[in-house]
Design a protein around this ligand. Sequence first.
Ligand code: 5GP
Length: 116
Amino acid sequence: MAEETIFSKIIRREIPADVVYQDELVTAFRDISPKAPTHVLIVPNVLIPTANDVLEAHEHALGRMFTVAAKIARAEGIAEDGYRLIVNCNKHGGQEVYHIHMHLLGGEPLGPMLSN
Ligand code: 5GP
């Protein structure tokens, strides 16, 4: 069994977070340390630690992450100008929280995809 992270507590509403969307499959909340004017994390309610742990059984929830990202982007008014969706995996990907999540970033030009 994978170990729960702080994101499970946010999903269960046990600790505060600025939750912008929740349904039976996913939860979306604002990043505590935003890297852009809009920075929302979209997470499956079920604990999947990393992209390496994704199974066919997770496809419904993972697909929902994209439809919710598009919905939030429209609600934030950033859909037309555009935005970036990022999923980091493990050490080289810079993953800090081991509950898979999609970063939705936008609201200004985001620059090159990688800094090097
Ligand atoms: P990662 O580097 O794993 O892709 O991204 C983890 C993200 O989670 C970071 O951007 C970090 O700021 C955010 N984060 C970490 N802890 C919390 C928290 O307790 N609440 C919220 N809202 N965001 C968090």
